[in-house]
Design a protein around this ligand. Structure first.
Ligand SMILES: [Zn+2]
Length: 135
């Protein structure tokens, strides 16, 4: 028994393990696994196996640097999407009191109080003036 545990510990030493990308793939894997029960399709089944194999490959990989880079790329994409969703949520919550406009110069999203008519506003990030029309 001790010898067996020693072998396992030895095997796991220096392996990459679990990260955020692994957790995301785990959720995707289960969604596809449930889908494959409902829809019996060999392509979905193949996808399920491929995701599982990729998860195992990453978790047991010894190339930690490469796996960390993959995870960093995933986090960058995830944060971008979550940031956009957060902004949409905020736009919806403020829709009666504020308007959102993109600065024509630096493309920054600016939150402005909702006042009828034409206005000139100054971008807080690039300090340039631009016209805003609000109905
Ligand atoms: Zn600007």
């Amino acid at each position: 028994m001790r010898k067996f545990l020693f072998k396992i510990v030895n095997f796991l030493q220096g392996r990459y393990g679990i990260d955020e990308l692994y957790k995301f793939l785990f959720i995707v894997f289960w969604i596809i696994a449930i889908l494959s029960i409902i829809i019996r399709n060999p392509i979905i089944y193949l996808l399920e196996i491929l995701i599982c194999a990729y998860m195992m490959f990453r978790a047991f990989s010894r190339n930690i640097y490469k796996r960390q880079n993959e995870n960093a790329k995933y986090l960058k994409i995830r944060d971008k999407i979550l940031g956009k969703l957060k902004l949409q949520k905020r736009k919806w919550a403020d829709r009666k009191t504020h308007i959102y406009r993109k600065c024509p110069n630096c493309k920054a999203e600016i939150r402005l109080p909702k006042k009828k008519g034409k206005h000139i506003c100054t971008c807080p990030s690039c300090k340039k003036d631009f016209k805003v029309r609000c109905r």
